[in-house]
Design a protein around this ligand. Structure first.
Ligand code: ADP
Ligand code: MG
Ligand code: MG
Length: 254
């Protein structure tokens, strides 16, 4: 059965209809890419999934791990195993990364009914995770995201993801261009976390990320609807032809 099932999802922000009937099903272990031009509603979809309050759901339903996702508060969604990466690229001067990560993990553990990890136990857990994402321990002592390069911020998010062990991770690519090295680091980290019981929704405007994180399925979002779905080859076709040909089809009356 499916891990995530979205049916007829409609949502608006500030009285503007953005999502106009989204259907999407993600099975365990699958990687789905969502592509589309700027303003097509990709980030809105991610925001609705994690329950950001400024996005109002007007219709449709979302099942996640056999729960009614829309009935859950954002923190309950995190407990259920949903994770949005690149959500808060904020800097928190004076707060060490190790403190931040420990608090984030313990919050989720508490929600899952697991005992809190003390500093010693946390360190041994985080050291393991640092290895899997090939990160340096000096990362832990720095202030959260302060003075981090774009690539380091993303790497830190991958570390957070590795720690929280989500069932479904959503990656919403920021529009700020990562260089090829940073892209590779993020992709390697994500690939190391791929597992039969962990799924990914990778949102991206450009196909180049998908050279590194190879998706099982690609969906094109235009004007708040998924206008085309396919395999990896669809991303390559988009790279070649752009979005124009699909925008014309999307504009045609249904
Ligand atoms: P994408 O991620 O595909 O570029 P978004 O989901 O960010 O698209 O945006 C879709 C549309 O919704 C855009 O027209 C955008 O201006 C609008 N929008 C998104 N978030 C907000 C917001 N918080 N307030 C007002 N308008 C928003
Ligand atoms: Mg955008
Ligand atoms: Mg966006």
């Amino acid at each position: 059965s499916k891990l995530l099932e979205i049916e007829g999802l409609q949502a608006r922000v500030e009285d503007k209809a953005i999502l106009r009937g989204i259907d999407l099903a993600v099975g365990p272990g699958e990687v789905h890419a969502i592509m589309g031009p700027n303003g097509s509603g990709k980030s809105t979809l991610a925001s609705v999934l994690v329950g950001r309050e400024e996005y109002e759901v007007l219709g449709g339903q979302i099942r996640f791990d056999s729960q009614d996702l829309l009935a859950l508060a954002p923190e309950e969604r995190a407990r259920a195993g949903l994770f949005l990466a690149f959500q808060y690229p904020v800097e928190i001067p004076g707060v060490s990364n190790v403190y931040f990560l420990k608090a984030a993990l313990n919050a989720v553990r508490q929600q899952r009914g697991l005992p809190e990890l003390d500093a010693v136990d946390f360190l041994s857990v985080v050291r393991e995770k640092l290895k899997t994402v090939q990160m340096d321990e000096s990362f832990l002592r720095r202030s959260v995201n302060e003075g981090f390069s774009g690539g380091e911020k993303k790497r830190n998010e991958v570390l957070q993801m590795a720690l929280l062990e989500p069932k479904l991770a959503i990656l919403d690519e920021t529009d700020s261009g990562l260089d090829i090295d940073a892209l590779r680091i993020v992709a390697d980290g994500v690939n190391s976390l791929r597992a039969p019981d962990r799924s990914f929704v990778v949102i991206t405007h450009y196909q180049r990320l998908l050279n590194y994180i190879v998706p099982d399925f690609v969906h094109v979002l235009i004007g708040g609807r998924i206008v085309r779905s396919g395999g990896r080859e669809l991303a390559l076709e988009l790279e070649e032809k752009g979005y124009g040909w699909l925008e014309e089809q999307a504009a045609a009356p249904v």
